[in-house]
Structures are given as structure tokens and as C-alpha cells.
Design a protein around this ligand. Structure first.
Ligand SMILES: C[S@@+](CC[C@H](N)C(=O)[O-])C[C@H]1O[C@@H](n2cnc3c(N)ncnc32)[C@H](O)[C@@H]1O
Length: 254
């Protein structure tokens, strides 16, 4: 089996997921209640201070969990996902919504004779400092830039021919499509259709995402994909207590 020893070493800087809508609110709320507790404490109002401190705890906990997941936890989980895929090392891989290249770089390390294409629209609201230049610098720092290609494009209309890839991965990206519209899933499911379209016969799919992975699995079964499995990825991929990512794996019929 291919060595996956380097998967847990990181030389790039991968920013923070959804900095303004995800990380900032619990951080600001935790800080505000902590300052309030200090203020009441100084004024000799211990009951009010205790209440403010108690109110700060859920927000501070959420902030800590979020920061851990975005800076460390998701990398550890993806290392395990990639190890379990037991790749040959010569695969053609597509990373949908690659962002600053967290998963692009990891998967490139396990396909030393292959190639990885990272596709993104580089939305900074979804990841801090998101840009192709930053991603390229990360891939260079990880020593994999020679086997990676970055493309600007929409995963709703993936600019590649049918049947091009042995593996399609996507980390925390598909839920960003129309994310404020929690009822209408058709466009998110269209990204699943696109992932299947660009897979070679026998190719595999690994998607880690928030909220909708059961729906993705259902769509994959409707599309005739085989070995469709869906599961929770556990606390290391939580973005708030109990709100974590799930994984969907599937294989296109040969
Ligand atoms: C939360 S970031 C995750 C980035 C990276 N996969 C990771 O795990 O670190 C979501 C990424 O999806 C990208 N994205 C959102 N909608 C997209 C779309 N329709 N097509 C391509 N990329 C998209 C964003 O620009 C962002 O880079």
C-alpha cells in the first residue's frame, strides 16, 4: 500500500472556514459576555457576573470547537478518509471547491504519479483569504504543486469532459451553494450530478460536508452509484456542539 506518512504534516496556511458567518459570531458573543462578567465583578455584583459568565460558556465552547475543526480537526479526519481509500498513486483526482487547498494538497501527496485538479470560485466569505495565488503557494509549500492544476469554475457546471477522473473529492463546499435556502436542494444535488458525470466508470467519490449528506447519498443511489455509504465524521469535524460534517462515499459502476 502507498505510504500516507506525510499526510499529517502541514506546511501551508489554510485559513478559516466561513470567517464572518461561522467563526466571528460565537467569538464575539463569548468575548462580550466575558467582558460583561468582568465588569459586574469589578462593580461588586457577583450574581450578575456569574450569569454573564454562564452565558459566555456556550459561545466560547462553540468558538473553540469551530477553531479546532477548521485549523486541525478536518485535516486529521481527511487523512483517515484518504488512507482508507487505499489509492494506487496514479489517479486523476478532482477536488470540488478546493479553497486554499487543504484536501487538494493531502490527496496530491497520496497520488505521486497522478494529477489533482482543484476547482473553485474563490469566495472569501466561505474561506478567509481564498484565492488561486494563496492556494498555489500552499501547494508549493507542500511540495505537490507540480502534480496539481487550479481552475476557476463553478461546480454546478464543471468545465471538464465526462468520465475524466478516477476520484472526485469535496470538502465542506457543496453546502455553500445557495446555503441560505434550506428548502430547495436541487442546485446542491446538481453538483452531485456533475461529480458523477466527470467520474470514469469504476471511479470513486468522497464528499465531506455539512447538513445534507443524506440527501447526497439518496441522489447517488438514484443515479445508480454503487457502494454508497453515508456516516457522521464525529466531533473532530464539528463546527458547533453536535453540528458536524458527514461523509458520503460511492463508486460509479464499471
Ligand atoms: C468552506 S470552503 C472549503 C474549502 C476546502 N475544500 C477546505 O476544506 O478547506 C468552501 C469552498 O467552496 C467554494 N465554492 C462555493 N461555491 C462554489 C461553486 N459553486 N463552485 C466552486 N466552488 C465553490 C468556495 O469558494 C470555497 O473555496
Amino acid at each position: 500500500m502507498l505510504s500516507t506518512a506525510g499526510l499529517r504534516e502541514r506546511r501551508g496556511d489554510y485559513g478559516v472556514d466561513a470567517p464572518l458567518t461561522g467563526l466571528l459570531p460565537p467569538g464575539a458573543a463569548g468575548l462580550a459576555f466575558t467582558l460583561l462578567a468582568a465588569f459586574f465583578g469589578r462593580r461588586g455584583q457577583p450574581t450578575a457576573a456569574k450569569l454573564a459568565l454562564a452565558a459566555s460558556l456556550p459561545a466560547s465552547l462553540t468558538f473553540g470547537i469551530y477553531l479546532h475543526t477548521t485549523r486541525r480537526g478536518k485535516f486529521l479526519v481527511w487523512a483517515e478518509i484518504l488512507e482508507r481509500l487505499e489509492l494506487r498513486g496514479d489517479e486523476q483526482v478532482l477536488d470540488l471547491g478546493c479553497g486554499r487547498g487543504a484536501v487538494t494538497a493531502m490527496v496530491a501527496k497520496v497520488v505521486p504519479r497522478g494529477k489533482v485538479v482543484g476547482l473553485d470560485l474563490w469566495r472569501t466569505e466561505d474561506q478567509s483569504g481564498n484565492s488561486p495565488e494563496v492556494t498555489e503557494a500552499n501547494l508549493r509549500a507542500e511540495g505537490v504543486v507540480d502534480r496539481c492544476e487550479l481552475r476557476t469554475g463553478d461546480m454546478l457546471n464543471v468545465p471538464v469532459a465526462d468520465g475524466s477522473f478516477d476520484l472526485v473529492v469535496s470538502s465542506l463546499a457543496i453546502h455553500n451553494i445557495d446555503e441560505r435556502d434550506v428548502r430547495h436542494h436541487e442546485r446542491r444535488l446538481h453538483a452531485i450530478d456533475e461529480a458523477v458525470r466527470v467520474l470514469k466508470p469504476g471511479g470513486r467519490l468522497a464528499i465531506a460536508d455539512l447538513l445534507w449528506t443524506r440527501r447526497y447519498a439518496h441522489r447517488l443511489r438514484e443515479l445508480g452509484m454503487q457502494d454508497v455509504h453515508q456516516k457522521s465524521l464525529g466531533w473532530r469535524f464539528w463546527y458547533a456542539p453536535g453540528l458536524g460534517a458527514g461523509l458520503v462515499l460511492a463508486r460509479k459502476p464499471a
